[in-house]
Write a protein that binds this ligand. Structure first.
Ligand SMILES: N[C@@H](CCC(=O)N[C@@H](CS)C(=O)NCC(=O)O)C(=O)O
Length: 249
């Protein structure tokens, strides 16, 4: 029997990863339609009007934003909690999640991963070398400086693993895909936090599927993932040719 919860979106997306780790933490079974968003068909436009992943589809809702999805999961399936208790800690968790989704998204997805992977493999274009250089020399260090001031020396940001920890860690997989690591001599807390988080079973269990996608042509992701045991859905929004995204960043 198909799982009641379907996630639309590639294992290579940090926003999809954030949702998949939250599903793992809550022990919710899901199936996945692992499309790269640019290859979504008209049906994808209907469920994701800005043509972005992840999308969650279940018996009650269709939602096309990772933050909205994680909040929904936390309200519908309350234990274990994805947010700390108390107004101040909850607000701080939301802020760190927002910082990850916006600034880390801009730098780690658009200025790094998009340059070295999406431009080449989806659009057949060369990277924007000045943009990539500025990201590596200025923007990534600026993000790491900020995280170093926020992340704990041990454990998680606000007690138990929460959505803020998961959101931050998710982007470091895309940094790794672009061969960017964290210098532990310069950012020791961040380096240790990332290692700790990515060793969590929620992240570690996705690693083989991510690596498979990295080494497989996009039009074969679905079949390769199914053969490797990923919970691939029978239904798909995949199309054969890509369309440009709708939003600037
Ligand atoms: N705010 C959204 C951002 C999602 C997002 O940017 N997803 C990327 C994949 S990493 C995407 O779908 N990009 C396609 C596009 O921009 O056209 C969320 O948190 O879900």
């Amino acid at each position: 029997m198909a799982a009641a919860t379907r996630i639309v979106g590639s294992y290579l997306s940090p926003y999809v990863r954030k949702v998949l780790v939250c599903l793992h933490v809550k022990g919710i079974a899901y199936e996945i339609d692992p499309i790269v968003p640019f290859y979504g068909d008209d049906g994808f436009s209907a469920v994701s009007p800005v043509r972005r992943v992840p999308v969650l589809i279940d018996d009650a809702v269709t939602l096309a934003d990772s933050t909205v999805i994680c909040e929904y999961l936390d309200e519908r399936y309350p234990e274990p909690r994805l947010f700390p208790a108390g107004a101040a800690l909850r607000a701080r968790a939301r802020w760190i999640e927002e910082y990850a989704d916006t600034r880390m998204g801009e730098v780690f997805v658009w200025h790094l991963f998009n340059q070295v992977a999406i431009r080449r493999f989806v659009w057949g274009e060369a990277e924007d070398a000045p943009l990539l250089k500025r990201a590596l020399e200025e923007e990534v260090p600026q993000v790491l400086d900020y995280l170093e001031s926020q992340l704990p020396a041990a454990g998680w940001l606000f007690g138990d693993l929460c959505v803020a920890d998961i959101a931050v860690a998710s982007f470091f997989r895309n940094a790794a895909f672009a061969r960017v690591g964290v210098d532990a001599a310069r950012w020791p807390r961040t380096a240790a936090f990332v290692a700790r988080a990515l060793a969590h079973p929620g992240f570690d269990g996705l690693r083989a599927f991510e690596e498979l996608c990295l080494r497989t042509p996009i039009d074969r992701h679905r079949a390769a993932l199914a053969a490797a045991g990923a919970p691939v859905s029978a239904a798909t929004y995949a199309s054969a040719s890509p369309r440009r995204g709708m939003l600037a960043t």
